[in-house]
Design a protein around this ligand. Structure first.
Ligand SMILES: C[S@@+](CC[C@H](N)C(=O)[O-])C[C@H]1O[C@@H](n2cnc3c(N)ncnc32)[C@H](O)[C@@H]1O
Length: 255
């Protein structure tokens, strides 16, 4: 078996089937409504790690203008394809751009910055997080808010499920093809907030024969975001809001 590829890489199945998989993910239920409630009506939103635009399109449907930034071409390409298929009114409220959230260089400011579905947890909680928060503080209008959805360490630290038991199975088409996801390996270094997983994505035909397999490496870094936000001049807005049982959304404001 070749080396695991990084999550969301060009030839990986995690990127190819991202929308199908997240549509089944109960841990994301209610996230769009939560982000929408943080922005003024018709306001502007910067989404860090926008992926395929799952949240960006939903916020634009609520009348917000969204700039979605992502580092992975495989994810952005899907967002752009969906964008081209939308009506002109909605499409006019969304822009996607390739970029690294640790090095934000924007010549505009926003009412709200969001980093949904553990986006920040893909980066080590040191200089990278510091750079993200500095960039976010610079990109917010005075009074603007920033929301980061992060996993809780306890939800990642448990024992790995048996290798042979799929943690998720989804039907990918009407011809009976299925995608199954297996956890191949899980290593928790809870003391330093690092959680490594190797995950197998397996595509099978209607008779259960394997068509394609993609072994992918996913690392989450978990830490308290408050010191990073405060160092960047952002103020904590109340206690984090629990979301989906495994994570919570931390909200900050620019004074
Ligand atoms: C779990 S996906 C979330 C996608 C979308 N926000 C959602 O909620 O469905 C995380 C995204 O963060 C992106 N990402 C990871 N590191 C990044 C970085 N340094 N800068 C920008 N995007 C990054 C990944 O490419 C991926 O698309």
């Amino acid at each position: 078996m070749p080396e695991p590829r990084p999550y969301y890489s060009d030839k990986g199945l995690s990127a190819a089937f991202y929308d199908l998989i997240t549509a089944q993910d109960a841990s994301l239920a209610g996230d769009v409504e939560l982000y929408a409630s943080l922005a003024p009506a018709g306001g502007s939103v910067l989404e860090l790690g926008t992926g395929t635009g799952r949240v960006a399109f939903a916020l634009a449907e609520k009348g917000l203008s969204v700039l979605g930034l992502d580092i992975a071409p495989s994810m952005l390409a899907q967002a752009q394809t969906k964008h081209a298929l939308r009506g002109p009114d909605l499409a006019a409220r969304i822009r996607f751009r390739r970029g690294d959230m640790t090095a934000l260089q924007l010549d505009e400011s926003f009412d709200l910055v969001i980093c949904p579905f553990f986006g920040l947890a893909h980066l080590p909680a040191g200089a990278a997080w510091r750079n993200v928060f500095t960039g976010v503080a610079g990109a917010l209008k005075p009074g603007g808010k920033a929301a980061f959805h992060l996993p809780r360490a306890e939800s990642l630290a448990g024992p790995a499920p048996p290798r042979e038991r799929a943690v998720l199975q989804v039907s990918v088409d009407d011809a009976g093809r299925r995608l199954s996801i297996f956890v191949h390996e899980r290593k928790a270094k809870a003391a330093i907030g690092r959680f490594d997983q190797v995950v197998d994505y397996v595509l099978t035909d209607a008779r259960g024969r394997e068509e394609r397999r993609s072994r992918e490496r996913l690392t989450y870094y978990v830490a308290d975001p408050r010191p990073f936000a405060e160092a960047a001049g952002l103020r904590l807005e109340g206690a984090p809001t629990p979301l989906g049982g495994v994570g919570e959304v931390h909200v900050f404001a620019k004074p």
